[in-house]
Design a protein around this ligand. Structure first.
Ligand code: CO8
Length: 258
């Protein structure tokens, strides 16, 4: 598939998917979300890829769902027609790590899409917000759910009800992003982070991602049982043999293809 709203770059075992609708602040329309789903599934299945980086431009990650495209939708379009929704959550089916890199605005559906990444790295220019109330709707892709779970109820309510944007510093303090870098260095630094993950055994990275996500869906006891199954099963894998033998032999492990 040729992409008109995405740019793709590959750096070793890391693939970078860049949202690219510069004239519309990367507003997320149906075509872009279809293309994103296609690209995510393709790279998730590609043995040459261990990590996916999702980013936008220097100015904007994404300024939300495309308001021009949805302004005239009716309820029949949205609920029975499922015009906006059906292609938004493909990212949650991706089994390999997805690192989001946010420079500039991540607003509305853009902030929600960012929160669907496994973790976020931000440029010091990043601004996160959920201004849906100002266009007369609630968030629809997890803003009222993932934001309070991530930054706490008080800050989330504040952002959701007043449309206040938070900057990169506040996003890092509240746990929305894991690291912040100067805007001009953020991609270089994010690629270094992604390459660190890409050098680990991809099978174990996938198990860790699955276990962490399970933590948000189950009780602590069940979550630990789930984790324990992966831990025990690890002893049947080449990644465990290579990792532990390399440690004992005082050499660097080679997890290529594991
Ligand atoms: N949709 C469509 N077009 C947009 C959007 C958008 N969300 N955001 C910006 N644009 C367009 C503008 O209309 C403008 O187009 P034009 O040049 O043709 O007039 C162009 O991008 C540049 O924008 P601005 O001139 O406004 O640029 P500024 O630098 O002045 O401002 C902002 C940048 C602050 C990002 C501003 O554009 C803005 O506030 N955008 C809207 C943000 C917003 O309200 N987002 C929430 C949208 S609703 C939503 O996301 C619901 C998600 C539900 C998902 C459910 C899935 C299941």
């Amino acid at each position: 598939m040729e992409y008109s709203d995405l740019l793709i770059e590959q750096h070793g075992k890391v693939v970078v998917i860049r949202l690219n609708r510069p004239k519309a602040m990367n507003a997320l329309n149906d075509n872009m979300m279809n293309e994103l789903g296609d690209a995510l599934y393709k790279f998730d299945a590609d043995p040459a890829v261990n990590v996916i980086v999702l980013t936008g431009s220097e100015k904007v990650f994404a300024a939300g769902a495309d308001i021009a495209a949805m302004a005239n939708y009716t309820y029949a379009d949205t609920y029975p027609g499922n015009y906006i929704g059906r292609n938004w959550e493909h990212i949650l089916n991706v089994r390999k790590p997805v690192v989001g890199v946010v420079s500039g605005y991540a607003l509305g559906g853009g902030c929600e899409l960012a929160m669907m990444c496994d973790f976020l790295i931000a440029a010091d220019s990043a601004k996160f917000g959920q201004p849906e109330i100002k266009v007369g709707v609630t968030p629809g892709a997890g803003g009222t759910q993932r934001l309070p779970r991530t930054i706490g109820k008080s800050k989330a309510m504040d952002m959701l009800l007043t449309c206040r944007m938070i900057d990169a510093g506040e996003a890092e303090r509240t746990g929305l992003v894991s690291r912040v870098f100067p805007a001009e260095k953020v991609m270089e630094e994010a690629l270094a982070v992604a390459n660190t993950i890409a050098a680990m055994p991809v099978s174990v990275a996938m198990q860790i991602k699955d276990s962490v996500n399970r933590a948000f869906e189950t009780t602590l006891t069940e979550g630990v049982r789930y984790e324990r199954r992966y831990f025990h099963a690890g002893f049947g894998t080449p990644a465990q043999k290579e990792g532990m033998n390399a440690f004992l032999e005082k050499r660097k492990p080679d997890f290529d293809g594991l």
